[in-house]
Ligand binder design. Structure first.
Ligand SMILES: Nc1ncnc2c1ncn2[C@@H]1O[C@H](COP(=O)(O)OP(=O)(O)OP(=O)(O)O)[C@@H](O)[C@H]1O
Ligand SMILES: [Mg+2]
Length: 299
């Protein structure tokens, strides 16, 4: 064996020791709105798909207490939901749906309404189960609309919140009301706004400026403008087809807006977290504490 061949052999025989960088915990983002029907669920699912296309491992939690919308948008019918986990019939891992879009879903049903009423023993066991989900880069929580104790707690327990608003005046005022409710409880909570169903860039920018200006003027907080999504027929068609618009056509008007938002999000600085709030277990613990506290103070 010549020297080069010997070296090659040595290299082949030597086990490769890779230093795996320690995975920082998932970025937990709550998607919410003041007014209903503005496009939260559509946004949450399609944002998750955009992130997955960028090789991010994403879990979407259906935190909506109404209809289980995420399933409808994806055209899937879950057999088990968080309800079964709360009842102790299934483990959290058993109910997670892996979709062909490359994102994972925790079907919600009415689970979150009942979460807040669990006794401390069940809470702890659920926190343990949530803590085990360590493989995700992003966790997207789709909440219901409005300023109920549940929604506010689901948002404030996250690392950051995205408020979806449309150009409708009622949507703008309801967004303001929601920003007020959130920041009254935590003035420094990181909030962004996304303007959905905008006619064009100009309208979107105007609405974003309006929401940010009134927040600054009356609440002394400044939500960040994350982006604009155009009103697009393709989105409506995708809902009917029960296939996310990012899957049907990644070059539609709405998809291009979504890709831009996804990139902005990926390049934005992740907020610093304290140890106790890290990961999904920390999220759930914080949710319990907040919903207990908010129940007492009444929203
Ligand atoms: N960019 C868009 N262009 C056109 N239509 C849109 C757009 N985004 C959402 N929609 C439409 O708005 C409707 C409501 O969307 P979605 O269910 O996502 O709203 P939501 O905020 O989650 O509602 P809820 O408050 O009931 O949970 C859907 O029928 C969808 O077709
Ligand atoms: Mg919804």
């Amino acid at each position: 064996m010549d020297q080069a061949a010997g070296l090659r052999k040595l290299r082949e025989d030597t086990p490769v020791v890779r230093t795996v960088p320690k995975k920082t915990s998932a970025r937990i983002i709550a998607i919410t709105s003041g007014k209903g029907g503005v496009g939260k669920t559509t946004f949450a699912v399609n944002l998750a798909i955009s992130l997955a296309k960028e090789r991010q491992k994403v879990l979407v939690l259906d935190g909506d207490l109404g209809l289980a919308n995420i399933n409808v948008i994806l055209g899937i019918i879950p057999k088990y939901t968080l309800y079964h986990v709360i009842r102790g019939n299934k483990s959290l891992r058993e109910i997670i749906l892996q979709t062909t879009e490359g994102i994972d879903i925790v079907p919600g049903a009415n689970g979150y309404a009942q979460l807040a009423d669990l006794d401390s023993l069940s809470r702890e066991s659920l926190i343990r189960e949530f803590s085990e989900l360590e493989e995700y880069d992003f966790i997207i929580i789709d909440t219901g609309a409005g300023i109920s104790v549940n929604v506010i707690s689901l948002v404030l327990a996250a690392d950051e919140g995205i408020i979806v608003t449309t150009p409708e005046p009622t949507s703008i005022t309801d967004s303001y009301g929601l920003i007020k409710s959130i920041t009254q409880r935590n003035k420094d909570f990181p909030l962004s706004v996304v303007i959905n169903k905008a006619k064009d860039e100009l309208e979107g920018k105007k609405v974003a400026k309006r929401v940010i200006d009134i927040s600054q003027k009356f609440l002394n907080v400044q939500p960040n403008e994350l982006g604009i999504i155009y009103k697009d027929e393709d989105v409506e068609k995708s809902i009917l087809a029960q296939k996310p618009f990012m899957t049907i056509n990644s070059r539609s008007k709405a998809s291009e807006c979504m890709i831009k938002i996804c990139n902005t999000l990926l390049h934005s600085q992740e907020v610093e977290k304290s140890d106790e709030t890290i990961g999904l277990g920390g999220y759930l613990r914080k949710f319990f504490n907040l919903s207990d506290a908010n129940k007492v103070t009444k929203i």
